[in-house]
Design a protein around this ligand. Structure first.
Ligand code: AMP
Ligand code: ZN
Length: 113
């Protein structure tokens, strides 16, 4: 999708610090980390947000959730981690290409909002 930062990361127009890649998904370090470990998992196909997950595209979401434990283990997150997605402006979404934040490496604040 034109003018989507994460599509540009997928096609190599914008550099990223990759930690995992396969034919369907990409994971890279967040530019502005909110925890010692802060990785973003994205589908390579453009899906704007969690609200647009449906039966036609949910397999890539399942795949992301299969890969997250493997990457978490590689990054030493045995003590725990958080996976978050912000859906639309009111929830704080700033990049409108579906992504899941993997946060860990410290005791995380447990307030939900
Ligand atoms: P959200 O606010 O949930 O939409 O999260 C967007 C995240 O993308 C933020 O945590 C940003 O720091 C991160 N971000 C924005 N641009 C880049 C980029 N070029 N490379 C890595 N992370 C980015
Ligand atoms: Zn995109």
């Amino acid at each position: 999708m034109d003018n989507c930062i994460f599509c540009k990361i997928v096609n190599g127009e914008i550099p990223s610090s990759k930690v995992y890649e396969d034919d369907k998904i990409l994971a890279f370090k967040d530019l502005n980390p909110m925890a010692p470990v802060h990785i973003l998992f994205i589908p390579k196909e453009h899906i704007c947000c969690a609200d647009k997950i449906d039966e036609t595209n949910s397999s890539v979401v399942a795949h992301i959730f299969e890969v997250i434990p493997k990457v978490a283990k590689e990054l030493g997150l045995e003590d725990g981690y958080r996976v978050v997605t912000n859906c639309k402006e009111q929830a704080g979404q700033t990049v409108f290409h579906l992504h899941f934040h993997l946060l860990g490496g410290a005791v995380l604040n447990t307030t939900l909002a």
